[in-house]
Design a binder for this molecule. Structure first.
Ligand code: GRG
Length: 307
């Protein structure tokens, strides 16, 4: 790879900035306090949960929760645990995704994957424990927020639907089980918009719910997040071929045996598609005016990653 493009890739994988980075720091500061003490039984599982959750993640999904809530007038403090719950779901999905039965990854966030450090059994238990902690935190947050338009059940059901077989699990299943010769753009869009897009949508929708936003405003951010999430996954596929393991924290060519948008459309075609989706995402924010600027910044961040 040419020196310039390496530098460009370095730019791409840099984290969030401005208000988004400040929200990310709030999440970073809160996550450890929401975990069970490592010295408590079962110590191995608790240590694996902490290892998975406190690695160097970008915290994009919880930041989305907080940015949407803030846009609709809710300050971060009362929404922080809900945002962290979404990050716990993400951490759970990464542990599972990396297992030998799935992507069989050795490296994540620049460190050995959870099962490589703690073994597969503990990795599975830690993933399930994080997931259950996320549901408990969502229910408790909803109760504390005492919303007028939404019930605690609404929030928990929303999260559960995003994770279930019509959400992340559905996308992941098709990703693993589709014979490469059957993978066309339509199926690939299903896979990406479920395995990645569904949690972005849930993050934005939970942020809107936490701020008691009107249902039509919730729909606006949901449309934004759908396109953002799909573009984010395409940028992830682009980084897999364009960036170094030092930059991504993962092994290079982890997607080599997979059909991706980059394989189907080429680097330029995938970049064009990602930019088109980000254009749709930003266009859908129009009714919200300037207060949606942090969400525009988030779309710009995803666009930079893919170039
Ligand atoms: C039960 C929660 C649950 C999931 C089961 C395993 C699975 C189904 C889904 C896997 C979904 C998955 C791992 C999609 C890839 C999403 C993606 C682009 C991950 C990288 O996200 P970043 O870049 O990672 O935000 P960091 O490390 O910054 O947090």
């Amino acid at each position: 790879m040419a020196r310039e493009s390496l530098t460009a890739a370095g730019e791409r994988v840099r984290g969030l900035s401005g208000r988004l980075a400040a929200l990310g720091a709030r999440v970073e500061g809160r996550l450890p306090a929401l975990l069970p003490a490592a010295a408590e039984r079962p110590e191995e599982v608790h240590r694996a949960m902490a290892y998975a959750l406190t690695g160097k993640g970008k915290r994009v999904r919880p930041v989305l929760v907080l940015a949407v809530a803030e846009m609709f007038g809710k300050s971060p403090a009362p929404v922080l645990d809900l945002a962290c719950a979404v990050e716990m779901v993400h951490a759970c999905s990464l542990i599972l995704d990396d297992l030998p039965a799935m992507d069989d990854a050795a490296l994540r966030r620049g460190r050995p994957t959870v099962h490589r450090v703690f073994g597969e059994a503990v990795a599975l238990l830690a993933a399930l424990a994080l997931l259950n902690r996320a549901y408990a935190l969502t229910a408790a947050s909803a109760q504390r927020l005492a919303l007028a338009r939404y019930t605690g059940e609404d929030l928990v059901h929303h999260l559960a639907a995003a994770i279930g077989s019509h959400g992340l699990i559905g996308g992941q299943a098709l990703d693993l089980l589709s014979p490469p010769e059957e993978l066309d753009l339509d199926r690939l869009e299903y896979i990406h918009s479920h395995k990645t897009g569904a949690l972005f949508m849930a993050a934005a929708e939970l942020g809107a719910m936490a701020a008691d936003a009107r249902r039509r405003d919730l729909e606006v951010v949901s449309r934004y997040a759908k396109n953002l999430g799909l573009a984010f996954q395409i940028s992830d596929d682009l980084l897999d071929v364009l960036a170094t393991p030092e930059e991504t924290g993962k092994d290079a060519g982890q997607d080599a045996g997979k059909v991706t948008f980059v394989k189907l459309l080429g680097v330029q075609g995938a970049q064009t598609l990602a930019d088109e989706l980000l254009g749709f995402a930003v266009a859908s924010l129009e009714p919200l005016g300037r207060r949606a600027d942090p969400l525009r910044d988030l779309a710009a961040f995803v666009s930079r990653r893919g170039h």
